[in-house]
Design a protein around this ligand. Structure first.
Ligand code: URA
Length: 239
């Protein structure tokens, strides 16, 4: 079940805000009945009409982008900066699944399929998001223990499912740490390291589940295959 304004927007005919206006103006019917309540939930089986025209559900698209540094992960930016959407040649209303910071690089998925986006993001599905963090200082065993057993950040418990030191550069005093999480809270990795006393200087998302940036230069993207999409659903269903 999804909110009516989202279903209308996802069909590609207008923005969510415009969809809300249409609903409030009494131009939208669900199974023949006028609905003027924002947030009414509808399913795939409900027939939604706008101005008497039946909505066709938009063809779904799924992309994997190797996000470069210096790009925002939103659909539009009030400062007019380039967004990840500008990098992808499509007419569909796609959006990023979760966020990578302006200076974070690596695997970013984009789609116009809300169900798929929820499946990837919901922590209960335990889809691995694997990051490589270059942190200032030499990470201690105690810090790893804390990251893996949960720390409270902004009143929320955040846990890494795995933390592995990949390399230590004692000359420049840096550690290269692979950290796996299942959630995607804002600035989560950076905040988790800050909470145990380390500053993240560079961050790359190396993987979402089995998906990597292999074969993609920075800024390049490709479509996910049907096989990859099914495999992700299978992984989620096992949790
Ligand atoms: N965690 C962060 O701190 N930043 C990102 O971009 C992604 C995860």
């Amino acid at each position: 079940m999804e909110r009516l304004q989202k279903v209308i927007a996802n069909s590609g005919i207008c923005s969510r805000r415009k969809a809300e206006e249409l609903i409030l103006a009494g131009k939208v019917t669900v199974n023949g009945q006028v609905v003027t309540t924002l947030g009414t939930k509808v399913s795939d089986k409900d027939i939604v009409e706008v101005d008497g025209i039946k909505l066709m559900s938009e063809e779904k698209e799924y992309y994997l982008l190797n996000k470069p540094r210096g790009i925002v992960t939103t659909t539009s930016d009030d400062k007019n900066r380039k967004t990840v959407i500008d990098l992808i040649a499509t007419k569909k209303r796609i959006y990023p699944i979760g966020r990578l910071d302006y200076d974070t690089t690596g695997v970013l998925l984009l789609t116009n399929d809300g169900e798929f986006a929820n499946m990837i993001m919901h922590p209960k599905n335990e889809i691995d998001k694997v990051y490589m963090a270059k942190v200032e200082g030499i990470l201690t065993g105690e810090a790893i223990y804390q990251l893996e057993h949960g720390i409270i950040v902004d009143n929320i418990k955040m846990v890494a499912s795995k933390v592995k030191i990949k390399k230590v550069d004692s000359k420049t005093n840096h550690s290269f740490v692979e950290i796996t999480i299942h959630e995607g809270k804002n600035h989560q990795v950076k905040k988790m390291f800050e909470a145990v006393g380390y500053h993240v200087e560079k961050l790359k998302r190396e993987k979402i589940a089995f998906l990597t940036t292999k074969g993609l230069n920075s800024g390049e993207y490709r479509k996910l295959s049907n096989k990859e999409i099914s495999k992700l659903y299978v992984l989620a269903s096992k949790k």
